[in-house]
Design a protein around this ligand. Structure first.
Ligand code: KIV
Ligand code: ZN
Length: 513
């Protein structure tokens, strides 16, 4: 029997970005798209072009960078959305428009206020128009999980006739159990036969996103939509790494099915996404959680020493979690060794980015005795995803007392001019952020502040993530800062958010849109 390929459709940049607090700047999205291509995903859903000029801009830039994966842009079944989607991916080598409309009674009646016939007409119009831009059109029956199967057959007939090549059946609210999804997919794939590929998109509200996707594959789905680390609206989407590794590890069950994923890029992809979004997978998260390959009990450790297969169904190396101690970097390491090590960690940097990262590495190596792989990952990601440096921190001076008023003196460069100011606050962080606010003249609300150590040791790097609201009508902006000194990392994170905000200004979707 011949082998069939399950297409992996990654929607980390679209549905994943809909996770509360996971918005990303354009540079971050480009770096993620490049990594997804390395990972081998077949389709990258790069965003929702009509949502905002910022989304459109990021999708167009991704479309120009990506060579092998198909770049997809989402559109509601509305002409103006489809036009934006088509234009945003015009320069992509391989491009797809993904259009959708709800097909469940509850959505048609209460949200769309349309009859089923009107919904079919709108869907046909959308697919026909999308075909004016691209040959590859995906149509989604939003809320398929709660839709009437007879109606989904009718609308599928109509959109396939209009030119749709993939029919996606999302369990939008994560309501269905595996056997129900299996049944829906079996009926729909037997019905559409080779007229279209059947795809699934399972949300995780009951924690069944991955199980539902696997059951869909068994029953004929040949495309699965998913996200790295399971990010996504509400409880998230089915996680890419879990689906791919289940298909691989249980090849005895999923005989003759394969994906194009290079599993060694799973761990680097997961780290990149959590470094950028500041959202860490839970420690016991399957495949990529911090404890996924940790063996704590003595009995397990003993078994592992005798034969790894006693307690390990896959090796960490399969997902690219490699402890490479052959090349230890320190302050005497040169550029070549640095480049080599980054290549082993999966980073290929252009000269300019390499030089900047190397400079920062040298400063870090001067202060920090041991440099771990995670330190390098965090440093390079931070360097590569920086927004334009409109404000740049030159120095920070602090006074803090157990009794008294914390104060800070901040020196910043903007337009080649140095600006210095001082401020006080309830605490040190408050003093720093208030001083930067005074310098920039841009008011803000701090929505979240997180600090974590990147690796171990008292001299560990502090990674600070801030979520800042500069305008209540616009999305919260994320900023990252990295330094051995937590206060400096905090100042950098805040300035990072400010720079992201300014470089995206005028390109946001406002909350009232
Ligand atoms: O969950 C959903 O229904 C979606 C569609 C836009 C595919 O994200
Ligand atoms: Zn979704």
């Amino acid at each position: 029997m011949s082998t069939e390929t399950i297409k992996i459709f990654d929607t980390t940049l679209r549905d994943g970005e809909q996770s509360p607090g996971a918005s990303m700047n354009t540079e971050e999205k480009i770096q993620i798209a490049i990594q997804l291509e390395k990972l081998g995903v077949d389709i990258i859903e790069a965003g929702f072009a009509a949502a905002s000029p910022g989304d459109f801009d990021a999708i167009s830039k991704i479309a120009q960078r990506i060579e092998n994966s198909t770049v997809c842009s989402l559109a509601r079944a509305i002409d103006s959305d489809i036009k934006s989607a088509g234009e945003s991916i015009a320069k992509a080598k391989n491009r797809r428009i993904h259009t959708f409309i709800a097909t469940s009674s509850i959505h048609m009646e209460h949200k769309l206020k349309m009859t089923p016939d009107e919904v079919i007409k709108r869907a046909v119009r959308a697919v026909t128009y999308a075909r004016e831009f691209v040959d590859d059109v995906e149509f989604s029956c939003e809320d398929a999980g709660r839709s009437d199967i007879g109606f989904m057959k009718d609308i599928s007939d109509a959109v396939i006739e209009a030119g749709a090549t993939t029919i996606n059946l999302p369990d939008t609210v994560g309501f269905r159990l595996p056997y129900e999804i299996g049944e829906m997919v079996r009926i729909m794939s037997e019905y559409t036969k080779d007229r279209a590929i059947i795809s699934v998109h399972n949300h995780n509200d009951l924690g069944l996103g991955v199980a539902n996707s696997l059951e869909a594959v068994v029953n004929g789905a040949r495309q699965v939509e998913c996200t790295i680390n399971g990010l996504g609206e509400r409880a998230g989407n089915a996680s890419l790494e879990e689906i791919v590794m289940a298909l691989k590890v249980r090849g005895d069950i999923f005989k003759d099915l394969r994906t194009n994923i290079n599993t060694k890029e799973i761990y680097p992809s997961s780290r990149l996404i959590s470094n950028i979004t500041g959202i860490e997978p839970q420690p016991n998260k399957a495949i990529v959680g911090k404890n996924a390959f940790a063996h704590e009990s003595g009995i397990h450790q003993d078994g592992m020493l005798k034969n790894r297969e006693t307690y390990e169904i896959m090796t960490p190396e399969t997902i690219g979690l490699v402890k490479d101690d052959t090349l230890v970097l320190g302050k005497h390491s040169g550029r070549a060794a640095f480049r080599d090590k980054l290549a082993k960690l999966g980073f290929t940097l252009e000269d300019n980015a390499l030089n900047k990262s190397f400079e920062r590495f040298k400063i870090m190596a001067d202060k920090k005795k041991e440099i771990f792989d995670d330190d390098l990952r965090a440093l390079v990601t931070n360097e590569m995803t920086k927004a334009e440096q409109i404000y740049e921190l030159i120095s920070l001076q602090l006074m803090d007392f157990s009794e008294g008023t914390p104060s800070s003196v901040v020196k910043i460069r903007k337009d080649n001019q140095e600006i210095i100011d001082a401020g006080v606050g309830e605490g040190t962080i408050d003093a720093i952020f208030k001083t930067i606010e005074r310098i920039s003249g841009i008011e803000s609300h701090l929505m979240d502040y997180k600090v974590k150590s990147v690796s171990k040791g008292k001299d560990a790097l502090a990674s600070v993530t801030v979520k800042v609201s500069f305008n209540e009508k616009e999305p919260v902006i994320i900023g990252h800062g990295l330094h051995i000194d937590t206060m400096l990392a905090s100042a950098r994170a805040y300035i990072g958010a400010l720079n992201s905000y300014l470089s995206m200004e005028g390109k946001f979707k406002t909350k009232s849109d």
